[in-house]
Ligand binder design. Structure first.
Ligand SMILES: NC(=O)c1ccc[n+]([C@@H]2O[C@H](COP(=O)([O-])OP(=O)(O)OC[C@H]3O[C@@H](n4cnc5c(N)ncnc54)[C@H](OP(=O)(O)O)[C@@H]3O)[C@@H](O)[C@H]2O)c1
Length: 231
């Protein structure tokens, strides 16, 4: 049966490939990012399955725009993938207040507020997936330059556990995938020159399957998805 899934950060990298995969599987995907042009390209590729919503998720009206779209079309959603992320690679002592603010807003506050705004639009047995990082996984190796990014991802993991608890009576599950290195623009920013063992298309297969059926087996779980490399 076809499902309706919201994917943030769909213009490139992991979110782009995940959106394509879900569209290929016949699901409807509400794709979100700031780049209208890249989202429209996705729409051209999969005209029947992609709904582009060009939004900055840190904008206070972002959730309301999605809500208005769903309300107008009398639609509900079955999945939400909080994939959009930013990383500012700088030593801890050089990270400015603005750097903290940007990374926290995109990586942690926006997923929290979007979840809150959309909570009334989830079907029973829906699945919220937060895309975290091994850098934000407790006890993992830590790398210079990634302190703020990793802290936001650590926060996202705890938020995942809290949402899973609060939404369990609504039959909405929430799990976090802590990814290792995947070959994208963000990885190049974090670890210039590194060759990741995983391509975005490969992790997209995993994330797509996970959002569709992972909630049958997991809730409130922080799952490392890594071959032992940084992320
Ligand atoms: N690549 C890795 O090795 C790796 C490892 C661990 C975890 N992750 C996580 O996986 C996720 C995807 O990473 P990626 O490597 O695919 O990154 P990426 O290639 O840099 O893509 C980031 C995506 O986030 C969107 N985005 C950023 N700020 C936004 C905003 N304010 N509003 C809406 N969309 C915004 C971007 O779209 P626009 O610029 O068009 O807005 C883009 O589509 C991130 O959460 C990242 O932390 C990645």
């Amino acid at each position: 049966m076809s499902k309706r899934i919201v994917v943030t950060g769909a213009s490139r990298g992991i979110g782009n490939e995940t959106s394509k995969k879900l569209a290929e599987m016949g699901h409807e995907v509400l794709v979100i990012s700031r780049s209208k042009k890249l989202l429209n390209q996705l729409k051209e590729e999969y005209p029947n399955n992609i709904v582009p919503l060009s939004l900055d998720i840190t904008n206070s009206s972002a959730g309301e725009t999605i809500v208005q779209y769903l309300h107008k079309n009398d639609q509900k959603i079955d999945g939400l993938i909080h994939n959009a992320g930013v990383l500012i690679n700088k030593p801890f002592i050089e990270q400015t207040r603005a750097d903290w603010q940007k990374q926290f807003e995109v990586n942690l506050m926006a997923p929290a507020l979007l979840t809150k705004d959309l909570h009334g639009f989830f079907n029973k047995d829906s699945h919220i997936v937060t895309i975290s990082s091994m850098g934000g996984y407790q006890g993992s190796s830590k790398f210079p330059g990634l302190s703020v990014y990793s802290a936001t991802k650590g926060g996202l993991s705890i938020l995942t556990e809290c949402i899973a608890t609060e939404f369990s009576d609504k039959k909405i599950s929430c799990n976090s995938l802590c990814l290792g290195a995947v070959q994208t623009e963000m990885l190049e920013q974090a670890f210039p020159g590194i060759e990741a063992p995983v391509e975005p298309e490969e992790i997209a297969d995993f994330i797509s399957e996970f959002v569709l059926s992972g909630h049958k087996f997991y809730n409130g779980q922080i799952l490392p998805v890594t071959l032992g490399d940084p992320g």
